[in-house]
Design a protein around this ligand. Sequence first.
Ligand code: SAM
Ligand code: SF4
Ligand code: F3S
Length: 423
Amino acid sequence: MKYFIQIYGCQMNYADAERVSGVLESLGYDKTSKESEADLVVFVACAVRESAVNRLYGNGKKFKRYRLHNPNFKAVLTGCVVKKDREKLEKIFDIIIDIKNINELPEKLGIKNTDNEKSLDYFQIKPEHESPFTAYVPIMTGCNNFCSYCIVPYTRGREYSRPAQEVLNEITELVRKGYKEIILLGQNVNSYRPDETTDFPALLGKINEIEGDFWVRFLTSHPKDMSIRLIESVKSLPKCANHIHLALQSGNDEILEKMNRKYTKEHFLGLVKNIREAIPDIMLTTDIIVGFPGETEKQFLETGKLMRLAKFDIAYINQYSPRAGTASFEMPDDVSAGEKKQREKALNDLLRETALENNKRYMGRKIEVLIEKENEKYYFGKTRSFKDIKIRKGEIDTCAIGKFTKAQVTKVTPWALEGTLVE
Ligand code: SAM
Ligand code: SF4
Ligand code: F3S
């Protein structure tokens, strides 16, 4: 039996897909990259935009055709799905299953589950990682923040922190297998609190004590909960990579309030100042929404101003899209599509400048690189601060995919570095 998996959305869904694969492969399913030859198609859906949900409906006819050719064919939907959409999608998918209950998938497929498997919860399922050297490790599920534009609290439920020992066991096993990059995932890792004595900096401290040669980084941090202790951890823990993702969303206080973000631009800038002073080599990334209901030109310009001051390395700039079920859906979506597009472009142009300026400081430096792939002429990898780097191959030098090496930076562009091997 073969399965095909289609992933939409953010890293959270990629991590979910690795656990779905874990369940299916333990049942003897083999993964295929051809949807048409699969007995089981699993969609790991994203619900952030209405358009992404609407696209799911387009699969109905195709699934009907597959069922005609293969009586065993089944289509499964999981990931982020809202209750309201679920009722309509039941006509298209044979099984809709909450990602939290993915351990019940064998039963839903009519396959007898062992008692042991049945008792595993989402976190205890052994994932099948896509990469042999980079692994996502979810440390939390859900979100309690209810930003007014965001559907996630309605698809993922309330915040839950995974027990620290379970996280540590999973990472220890990954490092033992040779994994070099561990990416901790949660909607707001800063509110990780599995018990009264453990918080996120404490977890990072324990991860740092795991023996082995690896980097750890995390996504994502909510500015309202970012602590000085966390900044100190990133600075002082040798295994912590120099990367912080701090979602700004807007640089105007009125819009931030309407978004229910619970911080001000001053607070955000204060955090950036503390981070940059503590860790000059930090890679700072962010998310921004342009064209939120009522966002005036003047308010938008404040986001640009803040971006100039924060000097982000990467910013994921999203045009606001109203999502039924969220609080801002009730606010008039009054910034035109053309204006949203222009605002997005203006911020991307600005980002190109700050990103290039940041990258210039790497020129000539010798830095550690994790090699990810190669072609005839180049190795491609990531630096400790998670910059992409391209390394020209020499005549004799060889380095291995999935291993650390050292390179000297010879050229910089806004989105990447270039270099030569020094070892
Ligand atoms: N928890 C993360 C945080 O607050 O940093 C964000 C997770 S959210 C799934 C990813 C990004 O999607 C958000 O940071 C936001 O920029 C964007 N997003 C969410 N809802 C949106 C909407 N209705 N329209 C446009 N962008 C949206
Ligand atoms: Fe959505 Fe806000 Fe939660 Fe992030 S913190 S997932 S933007 S509600
Ligand atoms: Fe991510 Fe989309 Fe869910 S952005 S958390 S996959 S709604």
